[in-house]
Design a protein around this ligand. Sequence first.
Ligand code: 5AD
Length: 338
Amino acid sequence: MQELVGTLAQHRTLDDEGLRMLLETEDGTLLQELHERARGVAEERFGKKVYLRALIEWSNVCRNDCLYCGIRKSNGAHRRYSLTQDEILQCCEKAWAQGIRTFVLQGGENPPAARGLTGTVAAIREAWPEAAITLSLGELPDETFRRLKTAGADRYLLRHETASPVHYAKLHPAGMRLETRLQCIRTLKELGFQTGMGMMVGSPFQTTEELIRDLRLIERIRPEMAGIGPFIPAKGTPFATHPAGSADKTLRLYSILRLMFPSLLIPATTALSTLLEGGRRAGILAGANVIMPNFTPPEHRADYALYEGKSSDDPQTIEQELSAIGYGISPSRGDYQA
Ligand code: 5AD
């Protein structure tokens, strides 16, 4: 069992049984080795430096009704909002002034609105030619993806949520299909987006089996980014009373992914720090290398409640937290480099 981490580090993969052991073991020494080894690989690639991405939650209008998500269409608890182009540019301005070189526009799935964002993407591209633009707008027609790319977007985050079609069907309403999601992810890669996948840890009905399938899918598709956080129950959703996922398991997945894919961009997610005090630091020490401070205008943040108690911190707080563990913030755009 003690060779598992060495084998994973050397071969950058492991058989299902090995992955299961790493995900389920209660051997503290083994876990410590897993995290230390992953941290070492991250440090070799990136130094003790973390990339910051400014998260701009531009709209909570969504056509979908995902059973876990607080901004699902049928949740009447939130005031629905969309930022204007001017408001979005102001968020970018603020982030740029604080040294952040990636802007992430995230929103509910709303294809006409996403198409309408093309002009905003072009305006950001023109105003900050050196910044990276990341989009996270759900499943869109290929043609919209293409327009957004042409307008200047560089990256796209579209979590697959779970690699099992049966599990996917338990998390989503009829009509949403894993295959559609994966087809979008393939299209994004073909269009030249740096592409992000990812899943929730401990979503209802998930077992270790599903997590292993998630890792295999990531191995097959080879995204540039992987966004992974624990499931956290959200008010006004069918899963409101399901227990939250595990922070510990999330950290194990960061480490396993770091050892499988040394160059992968892995954020220590907001969901993790919402669930675990000091979660961001723990994430970095487990091999993550990205943090996404929130630049959504404060008056809209409560309405972008994907789950309960969602935390958000400013770059200064993050910088202090990082310096306490000997880490700093990278001044670069932080593109994927194989
Ligand atoms: N808990 C944790 N993560 C969630 N997401 C949505 N709802 C929740 C929740 N209740 C994640 C999904 C989605 C991303 C934007 O947020 O993985 O892809």
